[in-house]
Write a protein that binds this ligand. Structure first.
Ligand code: ATP
Length: 259
């Protein structure tokens, strides 16, 4: 169990993370999403033990963080550009780990794509048999991205992957954390973030009855309702108003309510 307990982080006077509480259990696959500058990278660094919180604690199984239990893939891994993959892996293990991440041992860092550097970073951690995998951002070449998504699917420990949308990680995650300006604005299972959009052709009647809901005027009125809630639809039926219902995509929901 990797935990953040009341974690805040500030640089000088500015708080970039505020009172973060989260638990990553073995087997959890969590997508951490947020807009640019919402705090994803800082949170990953703290969970990985690369930086210390200004207040609060990061614990692993109730104890002080043990970095060897965590494979942390930074947003941009930094290696000496003149070295080859085999020179780097030599510090921690043998070249079999390079084969596991499909990296040519003779390839120089300066000739690697960002995705390849991230795969090399993973190879370094694999030698420790990590229990948790933290991947900061999956912006990378398609081959590397597919590699990481597949790795997440097969990994038995706990995974947290950060990104700026849910769509690209949706298939491999089962939980969601949304960061907004350094705070958690949503935490829950994938099923907890379901909304439907009820579309009604604009009419004075509809506006009169539903002023308290989130609406967009135009040709259609849109009313957003949580999936489990049927009160708007029941009211529309009672009033004899025709409507269509569509499911909002997870990213529409994230951007509209939690970003
Ligand atoms: N070392 C630092 N010193 C000062 N401010 C920092 C430092 N590191 C991060 N920040 C600030 O913390 C905030 C959150 O940054 P962070 O990189 O975690 O965002 P992010 O969600 O990962 O963004 P992106 O999607 O662009 O990667 C930003 O305002 C950033 O400028």
């Amino acid at each position: 169990m990797l935990q953040a307990i009341s974690v805040s982080k500030r640089y000088h006077k500015d708080y970039v993370l505020k009172n973060i509480n989260l638990t990553l259990n073995s087997g959890d696959k969590v997508g951490i999403v947020g807009l640019h500058n919402s705090g994803k990278t800082v949170l990953m660094k703290l969970l990985a033990g690369d930086e210390k919180p200004s207040s609060g604690k990061i614990l692993i199984d109730g104890n002080k963080l043990d970095k060897r239990k965590i494979a942390y893939i930074p947003q941009i891994p930094l290696f000496d550009p003149i070295l080859k993959a085999k020179d780097i892996i030599r510090y921690v293990g043998d070249e079999e780990y390079l084969e596991k991440v499909n990296i040519d041992k003779e390839k120089k860092i300066k000739n690697m794509s960002l995705g390849e550097k991230k795969r090399l970073s993973l190879a370094l951690s694999l030698s420790f048999s990590p229990e948790y995998l933290l991947i900061d951002d999956i912006t990378m070449d398609e081959e590397s991205k597919e590699f990481f998504l597949d790795f997440i699917r097969k990994f038995h420990g706990g995974v947290a992957v950060s990104y700026h949308n849910l769509k690209d990680v949706w298939e491999v995650i089962d939980k969601i954390i949304i960061l907004s300006k350094g705070s958690i604005s949503f935490i829950g299972k994938k099923d907890d973030i379901k909304f439907k959009i009820i579309k009604i052709r604009n009419s004075a009647d509809v506006l009169r009855f539903f002023t308290k809901y989130y609406m967009k005027e135009g040709e259609y009125v849109e009313i957003w309702e949580e999936f489990s809630d049927n009160s708007v639809e029941e009211k529309l039926k009672a009033l004899g108003i025709n409507y269509d219902t569509i499911e909002a995509s997870p990213d529409e929901i994230f951007l509209r309510f939690f970003a």
